[in-house]
Write a protein that binds this ligand. Structure first.
Ligand SMILES: [Zn+2]
Length: 135
């Protein structure tokens, strides 16, 4: 259950940004969640809401609006420079599950659709980013 840890980290960032800007009302927070992240969105949202309440009650910092956005995974071939996205038609559900669990294993299941190389970079969809708009 790392959803709570993630939610806590997001809340800490919001608090930090609010203090840095000297405000106690944050207008908008956007959480971008990579397709390859093994995160249960429902649990994350639940945890986030709970912690938002605590942030408001204990630190008097309020978030007006927030949004959780999914980011599609994208790969770039190191051999031919092709860029492609995760095709769930060619990757089985079992493989996806393994990839979610151990992202590094992705190189075993996915190859460049143009030259067949397993040497590629994950350029999007891996991490989690948080953008805080104080005003
Ligand atoms: Zn290639």
């Amino acid at each position: 259950m790392h959803e709570w840890a993630l939610a806590e980290a997001i809340i800490k960032l919001i608090e930090y940004k609010a203090l840095e800007s000297g405000i106690n009302r944050v207008n908008y927070v956007k959480v971008v969640l990579g397709e390859l992240q093994q995160v249960d969105e429902e649990i994350l949202l639940y945890a986030f809401n709970e912690l938002l309440n605590i942030l408001k009650n204990e630190k008097n910092i309020e978030v007006v609006k927030y949004q959780l956005v999914k980011e599609k995974a994208e790969f770039k071939c190191n051999r031919c420079n092709s860029i492609w996205s995760l095709n769930t038609n060619t990757v089985s559900a079992d493989e996806l599950e393994m990839i979610h669990f151990i992202p590094e294993i992705i190189h075993s299941f996915i190859s460049c659709p143009h030259c067949g190389s397993h040497d590629f970079e994950i350029i999007r969809g891996r991490g989690l980013s948080v953008i805080v708009y104080p005003q």
